[in-house]
Design a protein around this ligand. Structure first.
Ligand SMILES: [Zn+2]
Length: 244
């Protein structure tokens, strides 16, 4: 006690912020900012084109980059805390703790969404390499949005048409279900994008715990029962026949 009082006398030793704590906090914000931006793109189509392209496509690399930022943030935060503990003239304890907590929450978020997406736990490498079916369909949705922006709101005649390096990278795997490997079925050929809430644009034939994944013309992706899908497809066929 007396020691502490002695050192807190006007010795005027300056404290300096911990660089590691600052880096930890900044790194922990990156993945969350990316998730936020990806959600905004989904809902409101915000952001510059290069960022939209970056966020919607090559999800494997994107998730890997986010995980690297997350792990680095936790490491920097812990090292920062240790440094602060050692040297009382280094400050930034709460920055380091915030960084660790934010990065940790992101890790849990990714684990919850990716690892158990199809009921089967996957290794970290598979998480980075094989995003789930819904993630694929959302990426296809964003690609169609980019395509429609350039083609008077019209969808392409086939999904493969978008695999030209502009809308979908040449070696991309997003046009097939990552679980079953089946190609997605496309019903939107040359139709106007984002005009109908109930019309199926793209769907996956694969079985996802007894459910089916569907992308509607409006752009959103939903998981529905096989019966619901069958009914929607029957409706689509009826509508197609009356068009002719
Ligand atoms: Zn699927």
């Amino acid at each position: 006690m007396n020691d502490e009082q002695a050192t807190s006398e006007p010795v005027e030793q300056e404290t300096k912020p911990s660089l590691l704590a600052t880096i930890s906090l900044m790194l922990s914000l990156i993945p969350w900012a990316m998730v936020g931006q990806a959600l905004l793109i989904d809902e409101y189509r915000l952001g510059p084109r290069w960022l939209r392209n970056f966020l919607s496509i090559d999800l494997g690399i994107l998730i890997l980059a986010m995980l690297v930022a997350t792990v680095s943030s936790i490491i920097c935060g812990v090292m920062g805390l240790a440094a602060i503990e050692r040297d009382k003239f280094v400050r930034g304890k709460w920055k380091a703790i915030t960084g660790i907590v934010l990065a940790g929450c992101f890790g849990i978020f990714v684990a919850k969404n990716m690892l158990f997406s199809d009921g089967t736990p996957m290794g970290a490498r598979e998480v980075a390499r094989a995003p789930n079916c819904i993630v694929h369909l959302k990426a296809v949705s964003t690609a169609i949005t980019l395509y429609a922006d350039d083609h008077e709101d019209q969808m392409p005649s086939t999904l493969e048409e978008m695999v030209d390096g502009t809308y979908i990278p040449l070696r991309s795997t997003i046009l097939a279900c990552p679980l079953t490997g089946q190609e997605y079925q496309f019903l939107g050929a040359k139709k106007i994008w984002r005009t109908n809430d109930t019309e199926v644009a793209v769907y996956c034939n694969g079985d996802h715990r007894g459910m089916r994944n569907v992308m509607f013309n409006r752009g959103y992706v939903r998981t529905i029962t096989p019966d619901e899908l069958e009914k929607l497809l029957a409706d689509a066929e009826k509508a197609g026949q009356s068009d002719r």
